[in-house]
Design a protein around this ligand. Structure first.
Ligand SMILES: [Fe+2]
Ligand SMILES: [Fe+2]
Length: 187
């Protein structure tokens, strides 16, 4: 499945613009990490796009319900298991770089977007120090569990500053592509 088909499948199951924007941010992060590790960028992008495909319809069962949406679409077990592996109680399934990256990218990409939204220059010049400061600010993006953010990054084996740099660069590049389609990560 290519990007266009993945986006069409996502739009079939997700009407919330916020969740769509999050999915695009995770796609950006997965693209950045696929390049970082020399892996298949398009395959990692599709995983980012579809990782929350079941969240809107089944917030309680998510991400287990993704299986029912992805199997008829022709995805293999490895892809579906990778989606399921980002569930909080599925850490033992995160056996490779792709799955570890998905969890590390999941909330951090949207967290960085939230930080960028508050800056006049958005992603440009956004450094790890600013992101760290916002992580310590408990009132900012309250729903994001900082311990999970850090644990998933450590499991991926990337230092905090490098993680932020990789993601910011990925977000900048993907924002350009999305803007060409008339969409923006910044809302
Ligand atoms: Fe999720
Ligand atoms: Fe997510």
């Amino acid at each position: 499945m290519n990007r266009r088909e993945a986006v069409a499948l996502l739009k079939k199951h997700v009407k919330s613009e916020q969740l769509y924007r999050h999915s695009m941010a995770v796609e950006a992060g997965m693209r950045a990490y696929a390049r970082h590790f020399g892996e298949d960028e398009e395959a990692w992008a599709v995983l980012g796009i579809l990782h929350d495909v079941d969240f809107e319809k089944y917030p309680e069962e998510h991400p287990a319900k993704a299986t029912e949406m992805l199997t008829p679409a022709g995805f293999d077990k490895d892809f579906i298991d990778a989606v399921v592996s980002h569930g909080l109680d599925c850490k033992e399934m995160r056996v490779d770089h792709k799955r570890k990256a998905l969890s590390a990218v999941d909330q951090m990409s949207s967290f960085i977007v939230a930080v960028a939204r508050m800056r006049p220059t958005h992603f440009d010049g956004l450094k790890a120090k600013s992101v760290k400061k916002k992580m310590k600010d408990k009132a900012f993006a309250k729903a994001v569990n900082r311990d999970e953010l850090e644990a998933s990054r450590e499991a991926l084996g990337v230092e905090f500053a490098e993680h932020v740099d990789i993601l910011v660069q990925g977000l900048i590049e993907h924002e350009k592509c999305l803007q060409a389609e008339g969409f923006s990560l910044l809302g």
